[in-house]
Ligand binder design. Sequence first.
Ligand code: RP5
Length: 152
Amino acid sequence: MPLVSIVLGSKSDEAVVQPTAMLLNDLGIEHEIVVASAHRTPERVREFGLTARDRGVEVIIAAAGGAAALPGALASWTTLPIIGVPVASSELKGVDALYAIAQMPPGVPVACMAIGDWGARNAALFAAQILGLKYDKIREAYDAYRKRQAAG
Ligand code: RP5
């Protein structure tokens, strides 16, 4: 049963979240990858958002490019924490997605990571921090990751 769901605005975003999936694997966090577009398949976004918690998902990572409405649209259907990753798939190189995700109006928040690879990696680590509040094994795996990082 996946604890983390990585939702992509398009199959074309998949390469960006490979580091996310790898880090989640390293930290022993079960996850899935789903494609659901806020503007092309809004019904799929709705269905996903309404059912995610009942399927056991506890954190959602949403990666999208362009005028990335996906993280906010998901947040309209669920109160699970949403971590947004802006993807540099447009002429604006992800700045459009960064603004769209970071500038959510008050009341329906989403977390916003950095554009592209940095954000993709930090999304996995941020998910681990959230899940570590509840799961000792994940906290220990994340603490060990940070210690290895500090050791260089
Ligand atoms: C967004 O538009 C997706 O998240 C993707 O980053 C971008 C381009 O999508 P495709 O046209 O490649 O499907 O919706």
